[in-house]
Design a protein around this ligand. Structure first.
Ligand code: C2E
Ligand code: SIN
Ligand code: SIN
Ligand code: SIN
Ligand code: FE
Ligand code: FE
Length: 380
């Protein structure tokens, strides 16, 4: 202090300097908002997909009792949100009772949770609408003009944080798409295998979401990254990869290197894009590396067992095996769903995670809907 310097001020937004997951940054942003605006009880983000016109819950800062997780709707079915989008302006509701009569599921749920006021900002990236940011309060009449001036600054910072994260993910997923197209030029596994298994994976994650406190962002990652589980097959020679019959033991040993190879390829891909440390990297890496580990520790490449196998890999293992069994392969016929379910039951607790198997088996209708939607065709 002698030379007039003072380092005692604590920067309330210092979390923005740090490397970290979006979820933890949102929690920090919420803490920063609460410093001056303690009545803001929840910040939530819903993302919009312009192609499908679907609005989806994405991240939130509330506790486990979040009223609106894993929810999606067509924007046309949310007229008051659509109005915000069309006006391109944020909306203040200072007394949620205004909405009490609504028959819309998400409004009733928010109501039940006891929120009394909300401030909803549409988010834009270079003029393109990409989602909504919600600030909720249990108290009425809190979103005054003075309050909103400060909230707007926070809102735009959060929006920039999101744009940054989403564009990284988009770059990664473009890189991945190219890479996986290259793989599937050689892999006898078809595109519809990947369509189905990624949806079985998402279904399992959705069913387990409450029990394991999984958020929407994680579930979306499972869906996005599960088609890459076999990316390591790029490294397997054709005479093995494309063999019509049973593999010999030696050939199988080579085949089994595909999961370790997959991990290396993903690490290289992430390294080349400067994304080794992004939050999503681990989910992707774990799926490629560990989808052939088994609960009893007899799998490969590391012989991990039980909970040491990351959840995303345990989920993908069930989805992959179920679809491998019910599909025709150059080396095998397609099994019936009954036989495949029976086989999964046999493996449950031994090779496959019991919760993951139960999740799939208890949703047979959804499984069969996925099969009807993504039938094998001449074009894969
Ligand atoms: P994949 O075809 O995607 O099969 C994934 C996993 O599904 C297999 O992992 C295995 O756990 C299960 N699976 C597939 N078909 C059967 C089956 O007929 N019976 C049983 N009980 N389980 C089945 P796994 O065994 O580690 O094999 C990894 C990959 O190695 C397979 O991926 C496939 O590409 C290749 N592969 C395995 N066995 C053979 C084979 O006999 N001939 C050929 N050409 N490829 C094979
Ligand atoms: C969420 O709760 O996951 C975010 C979106 C919302 O509440 O509408
Ligand atoms: C709607 O579904 O129309 C409105 C949802 C909201 O305002 O939170
Ligand atoms: C499919 O793999 O396309 C359908 C399998 C089945 O219906 O059993
Ligand atoms: Fe595999
Ligand atoms: Fe597979």
């Amino acid at each position: 202090m002698s030379n007039g310097q003072d380092f005692s001020h604590v920067d309330a937004l210092a979390f923005l300097n740090l490397k970290g997951e979006l979820k933890s940054k949102l929690l920090s942003a919420h803490a920063a908002v609460k410093k001056n605006l303690p009545f803001v009880a929840r910040i939530a983000i819903a993302l919009y997909d312009p192609q499908t016109k679907i609005l989806k819950t994405y991240l939130h800062s509330s506790g486990v009792d979040n009223p609106l997780e894993h929810y999606q709707t067509l924007i046309d079915n949310a007229p008051s949100l659509k109005e915000i989008l069309e006006k391109g302006k944020p909306r203040v509701v200072n007394n949620m009772l205004t909405f009490e009569d609504s028959d819309k599921k998400h409004i009733r749920r928010l109501g039940r949770q006891g929120y009394a006021a909300s401030y909803t900002m549409p988010m834009f990236n270079n003029g393109d609408f990409f989602g909504f940011l919600f600030f909720n309060s249990y108290e009425k009449e809190v979103f005054t003009e003075k309050t909103l001036e400060e909230l707007d600054l926070h809102g735009h910072l959060i929006s920039l944080m999101l744009i940054n994260e989403l564009s990284t993910v988009q770059t990664l997923s473009a890189a991945i798409k190219t890479t996986s197209h290259m793989t599937h030029h050689r892999d006898p596994e078809t595109g519809s295998h990947l369509d189905r298994m990624s949806r079985y994976s998402r279904l399992i994650a959705e069913v387990l979401a409450d029990k394991y406190a999984l958020d929407d962002d994680y579930i979306e990652q499972i869906f996005m990254f599960s088609p890459l589980h076999d990316i390591g097959k790029i490294a397997i020679p054709d005479y093995i990869l494309l063999k019509g019959g049973k593999l010999t033991d030696d050939e199988m040993d080579i085949m089994r290197t595909h999961s370790q190879k997959g991990k290396e390829i993903i690490d290289e891909l992430l390294g080349n894009f400067g994304m080794e440390n992004m939050a999503h990297a681990n989910v992707l890496r774990n799926i490629a590396a560990y989808h052939h580990e088994t609960i009893n520790g007899t799998g490969y490449p590391e012989g991990r067992s039980g909970q040491d196998i990351p959840l995303e890999a345990r989920i993908v293992a069930v989805a992959d095996i179920f679809d491998a069994l019910t599909s025709e392969r150059p080396y095998k016929k397609a099994w019936s769903n009954d036989d495949a379910f029976e086989a999964l039951m046999q493996m449950s607790g031994e090779k496959l995670d019991q919760d993951c198997v139960d999740a799939l088996l208890s949703h047979r209708e959804e499984v069969e809907a996925i099969q009807r939607q993504f039938k094998e065709s001449l074009f894969g």
